[in-house]
Design a protein around this ligand. Structure first.
Ligand code: NAP
Length: 252
């Protein structure tokens, strides 16, 4: 038996239409899981699906800022594919904004997209009869910015810090059901979330960021592999952890 195998597991991946979530869906399928893919862009969800091994995967177009749509989507997922053994909350937005430019509307937008969406999706997946009876794993996507500072990142950082905090309390709350709750905190990986942000497009800033990651910038596969571990039986004794997958950014 390979303890990292996801054979027989049904995994829900939000943000599966792009970047890290897309790679997570592909990697979970490679490891034997049936995957339910969530995102807003149906064409890009189809593209992810076309790259996945195995059968029994389904896509769901949903805006995770709409609570009612989350509820009906989770019901559909369970009707289509049965109980859920893992959830990867990869959907999210990012941005670089100085505090003076952060309006109440922006605060709402970031908390809606990065915190409330993941929290409500997790709550719905954990409802009685939706999560597998034997338990499983939930992963929140935090960031190195959830615990380390950079100019212009306070808004994004607040949302990512909130997810780290929720991870620990939910780990306590859900342990009796054998549901493990962990977070991953990736370092910088170039994806559509950041490719047009000033710290990536400005060559000198990007170089500086590359230097701060001791092993250089990461790839989506680096985070997906950590998620496979956190969803697999290999991590059966791991809960409440925030796993940095950051090429050494936080080692200094
Ligand atoms: N890339 C990095 O350097 C990095 C570092 C640390 C943490 N992270 C975190 O890792 C996660 C994935 O990031 P990424 O780089 O893969 O970003 P990405 O390529 O921009 O993908 C973001 C995904 O989130 C989905 N999404 C956003 N808002 C949504 C909503 N309201 N409803 C449904 N889906 C929504 C998008 O769906 P559509 O495209 O279909 O709209 C897309 O699939 C994020 O939580 C991010 O904060 C990334």
């Amino acid at each position: 038996m390979n303890p990292f195998s996801l054979e027989g597991k049904h995994i829900v991946v939000s943000g599966a239409s792009s970047g890290i979530g897309q790679q997570c869906a592909i990697s979970c399928a490679e490891m034997g899981a049936r995957v339910s893919l969530l995102g807003r862009n149906s064409e890009r969800l189809q593209q992810t699906l076309s790259q996945m091994d195995g059968t029994g995967h389904h896509i769901y177009v949903v805006d995770l800022t709409v609570e009612e749509d989350i509820k009906t989507t989770v019901q559909k997922i369970v009707a289509d594919s049965g109980r859920i053994s893992g959830l990867l909350n990869a959907a999210g937005i990012s941005g670089t904004l100085l505090m003076k430019s952060v309006s109440g509307k922006k605060l709402d937008e970031f908390f809606q997209n990065n915190v409330y969406s993941a929290y409500i999706l997790t709550r719905e997946v954990c409802r009685m009869g939706h999560f597998a009876q034997e338990g499983g794993g939930i992963v929140f996507f935090s960031s190195i910015m959830g615990s380390y500072g950079e100019t212009g990142k306070s808004l994004y950082a607040m949302t990512k810090g909130a997810l780290q905090a929720a991870t620990k309390s939910l780990a306590c709350e859900l342990a009796p059901k054998n549901i493990r709750v962990n977070a991953v905190s990736p370092g910088l990986i170039i994806t559509p979330i950041n490719e047009n942000l000033p710290h990536i497009t400005d060559p000198s800033k990007r170089e500086e960021l590359e230097r701060m990651h001791l092993l250089g910038l990461g790839k989506t596969e680096d985070v997906a592999n950590a998620c496979v571990y956190l969803l697999s039986d290999a991590s059966r004794w791991v809960t409440g952890v925030n796993l940095y997958v950051d090429g050494g950014y936080t080692a200094k």
